[in-house]
Design a protein around this ligand. Structure first.
Ligand code: FAD
Length: 283
């Protein structure tokens, strides 16, 4: 099975997200992480894309090579802000030709300096439409349980998300640390008539300093009390245990509620994902 909607229907799935490494050492680390994760029998992996195309070739090469070598599909992320229609059409055609069956369609962020990003796209929903035109690709989109930071208000954000999801196959969420934020989003979407599978994005708090920064950028609340416990850990082993226990507790609540799977932001390292899955057992 290579289409993620089929995997989700037969789920729960277990997936991880990688970022494209910038160096040869980073690529070696990514390969070692893939090896270390093998016993978990991943359902799929995804690989992020630098907004505006900064990692275009690296993302494509990694996705195509993992997809060809592994028993599970690899899904590229793709952002549309700052791109022309012709650029994205060419890249999508390359993916289809390389046997890729899934794409995560995103807007990306406009330039931080406020300059005009140029290009033909404003919202992810326009990229979903383009992907649909290009061939037999399943399409995922992003969802923000705590509301997207560029959004005017919650009701508006949910309406846009529900409309985007109507044309897409599934969503993956931004990371969150309170299961209730995810459940509230599902309730909002259900009341808008949207029942697509929404995979929770799980970010183990292995590096509180970086994750505090990501949370501020993405409108996600940062778990201060957990971070204090992680920072006060005696040593690396104790630190990993605190992170793994807290993450497994969140995942258990989500699984008990019947989520379609778990998607780990593993930051190209295997330890926390393996630790959590050892506690949870097979999904
Ligand atoms: P959209 O769905 O377009 O939404 C963006 C904002 O516009 C929201 O506030 C929404 O409410 C609003 N909106 C949507 N449609 C309309 C409309 N028709 N009219 C008015 N307002 C509207 N970024 C990267 O650069 N590379 C990645 O690889 C990447 N991967 C990600 C993976 C996941 C799982 C997630 C959750 C995020 C990821 N991001 C990535 C971040 C994402 O690109 C940014 O958060 C971006 O700012 C929003 O993307 P989106 O696809 O949610 O945009």
């Amino acid at each position: 099975m290579t289409a993620i909607p089929d995997l989700l229907a037969a789920g729960p799935t277990l997936s991880v997200e990688f970022f494209p490494p910038k160096t040869a050492e980073g690529r070696t680390q990514l390969d070692a992480t893939l090896d270390a994760l093998r016993p978990l029998q991943l359902s799929f992996v995804s690989v992020t894309y630098g907004a505006g195309g900064s990692t275009r070739d690296v993302t494509r090469d990694i996705v195509v090579s993992i997809n060809a070598a592994q028993p599970f599909p690899a899904m590229p992320h793709l952002t549309c802000i700052g791109h022309t229609r012709a650029e994205l059409t060419a890249l999508l055609d390359e993916y289809v030709a390389a046997g890729i069956h899934n794409v995560l369609a995103l807007a990306g962020d406009p330039p931080a300096d406020g300059s005009d990003p140029q290009g033909d796209f404003t919202y992810a929903s326009e990229l979903v439409e383009l992907v649909r035109e290009r061939g037999d690709l399943a399409v995922g989109v992003a969802a923000f349980p705590e509301v997207h930071p560029r959004s005017g208000n919650r009701a508006e954000d949910r309406r846009h998300l529900a409309a985007k999801l109507r044309d897409a196959d599934f969503a993956i969420t931004q990371f969150f640390y309170e299961a209730d934020d995810y459940f509230a989003m599902l309730d909002d979407l259900e009341s808008l008539g949207c029942e697509r599978p929404i995979l929770p994005g799980i970010m183990p708090l292995t590096n509180p300093t970086s994750i505090r920064r990501f949370a501020a950028m993405n409108g996600a609340r940062f778990p201060e009390r957990l971070a204090e416990r992680v920072d006060a850990a005696r040593d690396e082993r104790d630190r990993l245990k605190i992170v793994v226990d807290a993450t497994a507790e969140l995942c258990s609540r989500l699984l008990d509620a019947g989520v379609p799977g778990l998607h780990f932001y593993c930051l190209n390292r295997p330890e926390a994902t393996i630790g959590v899955m050892e506690l949870l057992g097979p999904l």
